[in-house]
Design a protein around this ligand. Structure first.
Ligand SMILES: CC(C)(COP(=O)(O)OP(=O)(O)OC[C@H]1O[C@@H](n2cnc3c(N)ncnc32)[C@H](O)[C@@H]1OP(=O)(O)O)[C@@H](O)C(=O)NCCC(=O)NCCS
Length: 178
């Protein structure tokens, strides 16, 4: 990681670029390690190598799946992906925002929001009018970005929440959990 010795970067110095993961293939093993550290308790059946394989499949420039990375001063510091499915039990819903992850020293500078918005923009520009995500405990974060709760879900032994985001301008006539 860059900037660790400085304890992170100040917001006014922070220039974040959102690139295709396809343009940073060298970062995939590192991202797979981060992903494993964040979610191996929920997906213990996946090895780091499995996650590397999955990210390579997402290393495309457009279409589904596509991975995006956040780059700060030349270093990859975050990831978010547009994928066809993120829950084996909800094949009826597509596409999904998945694998939103920002390196700890770079959090709370708007990078996770920028990555999530980039994935939504990609989905909408491809003609999708709605996309979905599964979160374990970050409902408020996504609600601030225009996502709504669709339903609570118990998945892989963990309680989570399925959320949806509609393309701007669509009437919010979709089902909402109460
Ligand atoms: C969730 C995660 C991706 C957020 O990334 P991030 O870069 O910190 O996201 P942002 O900076 O855009 O927003 C995070 C918070 O910081 C706040 N924030 C953003 N810029 C800020 C700033 N300059 N100063 C203070 N706070 C700021 C946001 O309002 C947001 O608050 P909220 O969580 O109460 O809504 C990150 O914490 C992470 O990687 N967590 C581990 C993996 C994970 O849980 N991923 C989500 C899977 S569903």
């Amino acid at each position: 990681m860059n900037n660790d010795e400085h304890g992170g970067v100040r917001r006014r110095d922070l220039t974040v670029r959102i690139d295709y993961l396809a343009d940073h293939l060298e970062a995939i093993p590192m991202l797979a390690e981060w992903h494993h550290a964040a979610w191996s308790s929920i997906t213990p059946h996946l090895t780091v190598e499995d996650r590397v394989t999955g990210f390579r499949l997402r290393a495309r420039r457009g279409g589904v799946p596509t991975g995006f990375v956040a780059v700060v001063q030349g270093a990859v510091v975050g990831l978010a992906c547009l994928v066809n499915h993120d829950m084996e039990t909800r094949q009826d819903l597509t596409p999904w925002l998945a694998s939103v992850l920002v390196a700890a020293p770079h959090r709370r500078h708007g990078i996770g929001s920028a990555l999530s918005d980039r994935v939504a923009d990609e989905a909408f520009s491809q003609g999708f009018s709605r996309l979905y995500l599964l979160t374990f405990g970050r409902v408020t974060f996504y609600a601030r970005l225009g996502w709504h709760v669709l339903e609570e879900a118990h998945y892989l032994g963990t309680s989570g929440t399925i959320m949806q985001r509609d393309r701007a301008g669509l009437l919010a006539a979709s089902p909402r959990a109460t």
